[in-house]
Write a protein of this length. Structure first.
Length: 402
């Protein structure tokens, strides 16, 4: 809590200075408030593998968002919070997703506070996305993120692209499912038991830089991160005890997307250096879209990606030599209905993860989402996935927007 108080004082100090400097100008403050109320029900199809785990998880979530802008929109404060109540005590949690001051002027932009930043182009794995910590108890695919304290400075040039610099003063630990929860190891991991390689622990001062540019059909990004890794390194001994710590890493990333007619060619690759291990990983693939098939806006996209990772078996990673095949269907109707489904198949063990995500809007303020993850033919040699072999699930989520 102390770190959020310090952050709030810093943000409002900057805002106060801005107001003082602009006191003789017309501010024209504009406010926008949005609220999402969400009911979720998650059902696991198989009997639990470990003691204490439950099969059904109803939950409720509240997601308020608030934005205030002034100085003709060039300055703003943006806030987004999240609170969930769930049967799994570890999944009952509160987070400030975003709370930051932003100022734009000419060709530069400054952001100060907690913010979410996304990098990458691939569908099946997000390798280069390193700034924010994953909210692992919210999503299996790693797409939900925690707010990251940061100072972000962006400089845009018409010829050389956009340069972004990040100062990250505080590291946030990843939360893991509790004793009742699914998608966990045989021993539930308390996030406070995960140590740091750095003596400064979570207060280690991290840095990152990213360059992004469009060159004809090429959309390219280059990045480098130095600091506490967002993924903990796990070591399992012969008695199934787990030792975990956050290593200090250097990670260089490349993301590339090439647009050619109906094709999107995609590549994400990283090279990560750490005292305990250096490795290379990549995701490469293609997406082809059949547009307006029925004359009423129906689009069907076909996706294929290859996943490669050099990390050894003692890591929290199960995508070392895999193939993803899927399809994205967008109806482009007034209900904004869409479906995404696919399968990740291990090319060595033949283990498979099937997935489906579908969403549809009802009326002007209701949305229904269905998600399913199904584990099939999981090999006993899969160090990570063998813990989840009984955790196939269906999830229904109903949201109301105000």
């Amino acid at each position: 809590m102390r770190k959020y108080i310090y952050l709030a004082i810093l943000i409002f100090s900057f805002m106060g200075q801005s107001f003082a400097q602009d006191s003789k100008k017309e501010r024209n403050l504009t406010h926008e408030f949005e609220l999402e109320l969400e009911g979720e029900y998650r059902y696991y199809l198989d009997k639990a593998k470990f003691d204490g785990q439950k099969d059904q998880f109803p939950s409720l979530a509240i997601k308020p968002e608030y934005t205030i802008e002034w100085n003709k929109g060039y300055e703003s404060i943006n806030m987004s919070t999240f609170f969930r109540i769930d049967r799994d005590d570890e999944r009952t949690h509160f987070d400030i997703r975003e709370f930051y001051y932003q100022k734009a002027k000419n060709n530069w932009e400054l952001s100060l506070g907690l913010k979410k930043v996304y990098w990458g182009v691939a569908e099946s794995n997000h390798l280069v996305d390193i700034i924010n910590q994953t909210d692992a108890i919210e999503s299996f695919d790693g797409e939900e993120k925690l707010g990251q304290p940061m100072v972000q400075f962006s400089w845009n040039t018409s010829k050389m692209g956009t340069f972004k610099f990040f100062y990250l003063p505080y590291h946030r630990k990843r939360t893991f499912p509790g004793t009742k929860g699914r998608l966990r190891f045989g021993t539930a991991i308390d996030k406070d038991d995960v140590a740091y390689e750095s003596g400064a622990e979570e207060w280690r001062q991290d840095m990152a830089i990213r360059w992004k540019h469009y060159i004809n059909a090429f959309d390219i990004g280059l990045s480098h991160f130095y600091g506490n890794g967002r993924e903990a390194a796990f070591v399992f001994d012969n008695t199934e005890n787990i030792t975990a710590f956050y290593p200090v890493i250097n990670q260089t990333g490349l993301d590339l997307q090439i647009t050619h007619n109906a094709f999107l060619w995609k590549l994400e690759s990283i090279y990560r250096q750490a005292d305990h291990e250096d490795f290379y990983a990549m995701v490469a693939g293609v997406e082809y879209t059949f547009s307006n098939i029925d004359g009423n806006g129906l689009d069907i996209g076909l996706l294929g990606e290859y996943l490669y990772d050099e990390r050894n078996e003692f890591t929290l990673n199960a995508l070392q030599n895999d193939l993803f095949i899927g399809s994205r269907i967008a109806f482009n109707d007034i209900q904004d209905a869409s479906i995404l489904f696919g399968v990740i198949s291990d090319l060595e063990s033949n283990s498979r993860i099937f997935s489906v995500e579908a969403s549809r809007r009802f009326g002007s303020s209701w949305t229904a989402e269905l998600e399913g993850r199904f584990f099939s033919n999981i090999s006993k040699d899969e160090l990570i996935l063998s813990n989840f072999e009984k955790d196939s699930f269906l999830k229904l989520k109903i949201s109301k927007y105000f």
